[in-house]
Design a protein around this ligand. Structure first.
Ligand code: TGC
Length: 399
């Protein structure tokens, strides 16, 4: 007895909840993910290779900063952007991460807080995929507490001089420009918070004193690049400061954008794991019948399916709220926490259905599981999002 596994998203008819434009964005991303990423991703993961030439493909497709308006950006809606994240992460979290770092973090920072001159200088090239940006917030002593930031920018005449270090900064060794968050040391107090406000600076990566070193030994996100950064007397002109952001609400406003993309993206990785398990459950026979004929396997598949559908529906609800300008950070925390936690559980369940072969790269499942450990950690760990929600529920900050 065999059966043909239906396409997961057709079972629930999610298409009926989308506009034609959104379906087109999703299909474009699905095509690129399946035709350009899927065929090479196992080798790239194995060989720790970030395929630079695909950056231009992402730019030509309109995915980079696609939710932003003007400056060569597509001006698409939040749901369309989420669907693109979902399809890219169904291929690999590293490629969704690239689109997030470029569009949701680096480009968003410039678009939200930059001067007109800064926007004109950087955004069109970044949208086209001709320039790469990175977002330097996290520091080596711990990413969960940006308030403990020690990277400092001192005013010297018409320049800022930046000293310090950052860690886990995506794409930094390939980037043309870094959005660097630093605490200003300015006794005059002209730059906010008694002279020690966190401010953002646009630093061309060719600036003397700027060093980006890829972090080696990663067993996760191997087809993308994360770096240690060192700033040793990095001098930038006064105009390099982002005029529109003062305080941590600046970088947090960008994290909101990236976390939103993860709500969708993680469900793409989850869908990919479910598809692999489903296909295997009707083609692999053990004890004289397909493993999908066992009630225990069907229970696992059903639970995985329920969580994928719930996760996508939650993402869609958050996307519609975002399009109305009504999405709150606490709601984003619900989505980020749920999507990544459930995607990891789905990856583990899929691996168990695939049995021994599930640990090989004949299937995408272990790669997704390994990648999701990173996704679970960056942009706020599970615990950080639990604390954000705990504060929203009780009114008491427990961090
Ligand atoms: P607190 O220091 O009290 O608040 C500072 C100011 O920020 C405001 N704020 C937010 N604004 C917008 N959106 C949010 N989600 C915000 N959260 C806080 C807040 O209202 C306050 O504003 P103001 O004007 O009153 O000064 O911070 P908090 O107590 O609210 O938050 C504490 C906590 C733990 C929730 C926060 O520190 C946190 O979210 N920590 C996690 C940080 C994080 O996610 N780090 C990972 C970064 S990943 C990354 O950098 C790139 S990874 C991709 C790559 O490069 O590859």
């Amino acid at each position: 007895m065999t059966a043909t596994a239906p396409r997961i998203d057709q079972v629930f008819d999610l298409d009926a909840l989308l506009t034609e434009d959104e379906r087109e964005w999703q299909q474009r991303a699905r095509t690129i993910a399946q035709e350009r990423i899927a065929p090479i991703i196992e080798d790239d993961f194995e060989n720790k290779h970030f395929r630079r030439e695909l950056v231009k493909v992402m730019g030509d497709a309109g995915f980079l900063g696609m939710h932003l308006k003007g400056y060569g950006c597509a001006g698409a809606g939040a749901v369309a952007y989420g669907l693109v994240c979902l399809e890219l992460e169904a291929a690999d979290s590293g490629w969704r991460t690239f689109v997030s770092v470029q569009g949701s973090l680096a480009m968003s920072a410039i678009h939200k807080y930059g001067s007109e001159e800064q926007k004109q200088r950087w955004l069109p090239g970044m949208a086209a995929g001709d320039l790469i940006g990175c977002f330097a917030l996290t520091e080596p002593q711990g990413g969960s507490d940006p308030a403990a930031m020690t990277t400092v920018a001192r005013r010297d005449g018409d320049e800022w001089v930046i000293d310090g270090a950052k860690r886990w900064i995506g794409l930094a060794s390939l980037a043309d420009v870094a959005v660097v968050w630093a605490r200003v040391d300015d006794p005059s107090g002209a730059y906010g918070e008694g002279g020690s406000a966190v401010r953002g600076f646009l630093v061309p990566t060719s600036t003397p004193g700027f060093t980006a070193t890829p972090i080696d030994g990663k067993l996760s996100m191997r087809a993308s690049v994360q770096c240690d950064l060192d700033f040793d007397g990095v001098r930038v002109p006064a105009e390099a400061m982002l005029p529109g952001a003062s305080g941590l609400s600046g970088p947090f406003g960008c994290l909101n954008e990236a976390r939103y993309g993860i709500v969708w993206g993680a469900m793409g990785a989850a869908r990919s794991c479910l598809e692999a398990a489903l296909e295997r459950s009707v083609t692999r026979e053990v004890f004289g019948k397909p493993i999908g004929a066992n009630q225990l396997t069907q229970a696992k598949l059903a639970d995985m399916f329920v969580e994928v559908e719930k996760g996508v529906l939650l993402a869609l609800h958050l996307g519609r709220l975002k399009e109305r300008g009504a999405l709150t950070p606490a709601q984003i925390s619900v989505g980020k926490l749920n999507s990544v936690r459930e995607a990891l559980e789905i990856a583990h369940q899929a691996r168990s259905i695939l049995a021994g072969d599930g640990i090989t790269n004949a299937f995408p499942v272990m790669r997704h599981a390994a990648n999701l450990e990173s996704v679970r950690t960056y942009e706020g760990t599970d615990e950080i999002h639990q604390l954000v929600l705990g504060r929203a529920l009780t009114g008491i900050a427990a961090f």
